[in-house]
Design a protein around this ligand. Sequence first.
Ligand code: FE
Ligand code: FE
Length: 378
Amino acid sequence: MQRIGVLGGMMDPVHLGHLHAAKCALDAGVDRVLLAPCLHPAHREKPAASAEQRMEMCRLAAQIDPRIEVSDIDLREGTCYAADTVRLLQQRHPGDGICWILGADKLPGLAQWHKAEELFSRCEFLVCPRPGYDAHLPVHGARITVLEGAETAVSSSAVIRELRGLSDAEDLLPRSVARYIAENGLYQPDWEQTLRKYGMKDKRLRHTLGVRQTAVELAWLHGERMQAAATAAMLHDIAKPLPLKDMLKLVKRYRLKLPEELLTGENLLHGPLAAAIAERELGVTDGAVLSAIACHTTGKAGMTRLDKVIFLADAIEPNRADYPGLAEMRQLAKTDLDAAVLLSMRRTQEYVLARGLRLCGQTEQAIQDLIKQKEEQS
Ligand code: FE
Ligand code: FE
């Protein structure tokens, strides 16, 4: 006979508090713990992430310990009562014992749970202490063990607050889950809808989503903030649908002080303009994100890691049609951001010079700066 722990709830998103409770249950002699996100619990607001997304985040979180698994048992229509969940689990795992893991904040109402008597006869309860609640509160008829040490201050709302501030919530979330959230734009404003409002069509939206995917991957690989990379990626081309004359109007309205050479065409101007729109019209306040958006068309001297991530993601995202150097750039981006950025800028330089044009001064400065840094390092 095995003892199976069940951790239910919205898991919107699953976080280190859940994993800590699962580990404490394992330490207390439970053989396996099932993370069982529910479809839509009664009397609760609709979850921000879909059931499939919450399941996927649980799968990623569960990778830290083979004894932690993910179950779809609570993804059934209608209200998921614990009594039904436990009965279904007993059918799936005949002969095993079921342990319901819950927070001490649930104890005062436990006797009023649906079919409480049946539930109490079918399972035991493992209680995680919660600040302000008595974990040892006796509940008539229920077999209760307190998981000492399972107390955590982590909550999904605290996680979401951090994510909204464009942090990856390292202390609250497994990094793999933070990556999934960034890749899918969860818990952030609906930027896709915003982009459509600004006139972006399907093809550029596909490019934008490709940039987000690549930017998050590069941020993951190089230790950069993934939520920041995702936001910068989503907004980097927001000004691109505008014709030059409208761009110039906005430059005036926002009193942007830009070098003359940027004002001559959409190709360079849409970067700094997108940053202005993000800041003034969309309420983006993160300076690093605004910088990365602004310099994605030209680069600049003293580029930050996030600047480089966005610059490259734009150049190498998976929907890009093949061009000379692309494969090499994609390879290089994974290991050496500076070298990949330099390669990309050199390609642009060759392209521009071959057409008898002048390379943008900011790009020239970026190239000089990267070369200088490389020399200093070696
Ligand atoms: Fe662009
Ligand atoms: Fe782009």
